[in-house]
Design a protein around this ligand. Structure first.
Ligand SMILES: NC(=O)c1ccc[n+]([C@@H]2O[C@H](COP(=O)([O-])OP(=O)(O)OC[C@H]3O[C@@H](n4cnc5c(N)ncnc54)[C@H](O)[C@@H]3O)[C@@H](O)[C@H]2O)c1
Length: 112
């Protein structure tokens, strides 16, 4: 089974990677560290992505904004997949109220 996990560096996504790493042929993450843009340095998930890549030889993250339709479509064309687990998100309701358009519009590349 070849799996895609969006938001692989986040709380839910990284647990999905850990759980399925031994059950999948390959797992690809799509995570652009947007969490650092939302929450500042304390939200930076690069350490978690690096830990997953070190721990699981069949896991690799790709830096990609999931709101970038062209990049996501190109990824789907190039990489055969069996399962997608979609965990990339902006998880704070309060933040969503103050940045309402960010959840819908791409173009911003967080520090990656
Ligand atoms: N944590 C919980 O207890 C919980 C409970 C129920 C539902 N959820 C839902 O699950 C989802 C994930 O929550 P979480 O707690 O794992 O959040 P999280 O912030 O820990 O993880 C989200 C990940 O997505 C990445 N991301 C965000 N926007 C992105 C984009 N545009 N492109 C690529 N990557 C992007 C972030 O960098 C981050 O690593 C949310 O929808 C949340 O509401 C979470």
């Amino acid at each position: 089974m070849r799996m895609l996990v969006t938001g692989a560096g986040g709380l839910i996504g990284s647990e999905v990677v850990s759980y399925f790493s031994g059950r999948c042929e390959s797992i690809t993450g799509l995570d652009n560290n947007m969490r650092a843009d939302f929450f500042g340095p304390e939200g930076d998930v690069r350490w978690n992505i690096a830990k997953l890549e070190t721990s699981y030889a069949n896991f690799k993250n790709r830096i990609c904004d999931i709101r970038d339709k062209d990049a996501v479509q190109a990824f789907f064309r190039e990489q055969p997949l069996d399962v997608v687990v979609h965990c990339a998100a902006q998880p704070s309701h309060d933040l969503a109220a103050s940045r309402p358009l960010d959840d819908f519009h791409g173009g911003r590349l967080a520090s990656a």
